[in-house]
Design a protein around this ligand. Sequence first.
Ligand SMILES: Nc1ncnc2c1ncn2[C@@H]1O[C@H](COP(=O)(O)OP(=O)(O)OP(=O)(O)O)[C@@H](O)[C@H]1O
Length: 312
Amino acid sequence: MNILEVKGLTKRYANHTALDNVSIKVPKQCIFGLLGPNGAGKTSLIRSINQIISPEEGEIFFDGHLLKPEDVFKMGYLPEERGLYKKMGVAEQILYFAQLKGMSKKEAKQKTKIWLERLSLIPWHKHKVEDLSKGMQQKVQFICTVIHEPALLILDEPFSGFDPVNAQLIRDEIIRLKDDGATIILSTHRMESVEQLCDRIALINKSKKVIEGTQSDIKKAYRNNQFDLTTADPITIQETPHKMIHESTSQLYGYKQTIQLEEASPNDLLKEVMQKTTVLGIQENIPSMNDIFLEAVQNGNIKKLTNEELNA
Ligand SMILES: Nc1ncnc2c1ncn2[C@@H]1O[C@H](COP(=O)(O)OP(=O)(O)OP(=O)(O)O)[C@@H](O)[C@H]1O
C-alpha cells in the first residue's frame, strides 16, 4: 500500500518548467530518498505535496484518496530554510506547533517532555530559541516537525548544521520514527545518509524523474563487473577478457588490484589467478549511491531497472 502517489505532476514558474510529468510511488513505512542536483525540482515536488504550491498538471493521492487540505495535519515538513520564532521559549514553541497540528495541550505537553529528554534539551526548555546554538535550534525544529506523530514526514536536508554525533542521533531518530509506523521522504545531498537510511530512491534531474526503485535494485542495475582482488604475490592479469584497471601494493597484507571483467565470470578470474599465486581475497566493487548519482547526472547514464514496470 502506498501512502503517497504522485501522478504526472507538472509545475511551471513563468517560462521555466520545474517539474515535468513527474510520478512517484511512496510505500507505507519506508524511507524514500528524493535525490537530484541543485535546481532539479525536488523542493517544487515537496511543496506540491504540502499544498504550498499548486501544480499545473497531475494528481497527488494520499493514503488512497485525492490529496485534500486537511491531510496536512497528517504530514510533518522540515523545510530547508528553517522557521522558528527566535524570541519564543523552546518548550513553548514546540507546544505551539503541536497544537497547531491538532494535538491537545495535555498530550502535547507529555510528548514535548519525551522529545526534549530524547534530544538532551531539558536544560534548555525555558530558554529562548535565540539563546541556543545552531545545532540545538535544529533539534528544536526537528521536534516541531515530528511532535504530532505524522503518518508522512518530509525532511529536507535534516542533517545540516549538525556535528557527526548529533547527525547520527537524528539518523537514529528517523529510523525509530519509521519503526513506529511513519513514512519518511528524505531529501538530502548527503549520500552516506542515503546509503544508510533509504529503502527506495527517486532521482530527479532537470525537472524529470529519471530513476526510481529500491536501493538494492538501483545498485544491481549499476553493477559494473569490477572486483577487488588481493593476492599473495604481485601478478599481472594479461589475458583477455580481463582488464586490469588499477594496481596498488598493500603495505600490510598482499597485493591488491581492481579487475574489470568483460566477458568472464569471477570464477574464470579465480581459476586463472590460482594457477599463479594464492588468492587472499576477492570482493565485488559495488558502486556507491554517490557514484550512481554522478554517473546518472553527469554522464547521463540512466539504467533501466529490471522491475521498472512496477515503479512506472
Ligand atoms: N518561485 C519560483 N519562481 C521561479 N522559479 C522558481 C521558483 N521556485 C523554483 N524555481 C526554479 O525551479 C527550478 C527547480 O527549483 P527547486 O527549488 O524545486 O529545485 P531543488 O531540486 O529543490 O534544488 P536545490 O537542491 O538547490 O534545493 C529551479 O530552476 C528554480 O530556479
